[in-house]
Write a protein that binds this ligand. Sequence first.
Ligand code: PMP
Length: 458
Amino acid sequence: MSPQPQSTEAPAAASRPTILPVQFYEDRLSVSASARKPSPLWELFSAESNPGLLSLLAGKPHPDTFPFEYIHLGVRSPGAAGEQVTKELTIKDEELHVAMQYGMTAGEKELRDWLTTLTERVHSRGPNEGWRVSIGAGSQDLLYKAFNALLNPGDTVIVEGPTYPGATPIMTALGCKYVSIDVDNDGIIASDLEKVLDNWDSSKPKPKAVYTIPFGSNPAGVTASYERRVEMLKLAKKHDFIILEDDPYYFLYYGDRPRPPSYFSLEGKILGEVGRVLRFDSFSKVMAAGLRLGWLTGPDRLLGAIEAHSMTNIVQASSISQILAIKVLREWGIDGFLKHVQNAANFYKRRRDVMAAALDRHMKGIAEWTQPDAAMFFWIKLKLPMSVDLQSVEIDGDSTTFIRSKAIDRGVLVLPGATSFVDGRQTARVRVSFSLLSDEVTEEAIKRLATVLTEEIH
Ligand code: PMP
């Protein structure tokens, strides 16, 4: 098994970075987040862990009335020689009570502590550098609340072109405006963003945040280079925006270049200050999407605003899911987790190679693509006939119409690229996922796509 690629070394900090003051966030919270106070009920729960305190506070149901006696698990762990070892574990007694009960909005302490240690190890930032972690019901839940915490109607947010089509409906519903900056093979093109911001109309408020997917971006499959990340961080300080680092594919990096450090790990080293980066991680791609567990890493005031939202919304991420995750992570330890995610990354690398070979066999000359170095997507430009849209803009093809009216009928479905642009442009691009299909089915699917595309071109 190959070890995790080493991080590109960032220059060592001359001294401890400055932590941005609470006022920085007060000035940036949305009107609704500023007005939202933590629930007086859930806020008091933290006092229940005070030693010797007798709590008559909670309306918690008694576990003896619940029908669950134990939960028996079979957990697959990475063995020493790369093999999988299955171990039986049981959730019972006090642990079962915790799994069946209401818990803290920020998440189970053991899970938060585990993630704090993971963050210190993976992102090389000490816990006294202005951050903590908070658990949510998947990154989607946390993205939703983070956008709500920061953005007012009419605010501008910077997104990548293309960007994750699961995030933009949240911002659109909030009445946000977009600046879309294209990505190339090194990630978001920071120099394009700099031009936009340097020439910003001073009568309009500047963008508050950039939303970026820095590893194996969904859908472009691109990993932002170290140099781009540094450029973006410097721009964040120069033009005073927050970086929303949505990184569910961080652990699924299998590129040949050394793994670039996260924005979260770099900000102090590059800027000499910390607090501009809010990081979103997820268990969905490396443990189970159905657990619905993700975690946020960042400044206390922003996390507090998001937790205040959860207190009046889902209250907390599922206790059962958190105990399941704790059982597995306790069994693995940090080293076991890193081995497991490396195995998962190797799995996707192999799948990528299978799809790359199928593309080479069937799509040469009728499409263009580059190899992703993380995650599970190819971002393919089909050589569809060029056309002109209603605004008389020349477009490289319309994959939406092609997929909807031709490809589906011929038994193959991919995501039309237009779903991933906020400016409404049509595009010949499509997102092709290689996560689930077997080698044989991958071959057949790409063959079908090539056949229907060839018919369309000729
Ligand atoms: N961000 C990105 C870029 C994603 O691709 C996804 C899932 N497809 C999410 C967020 C949401 O992940 P989760 O399952 O943790 O809610």
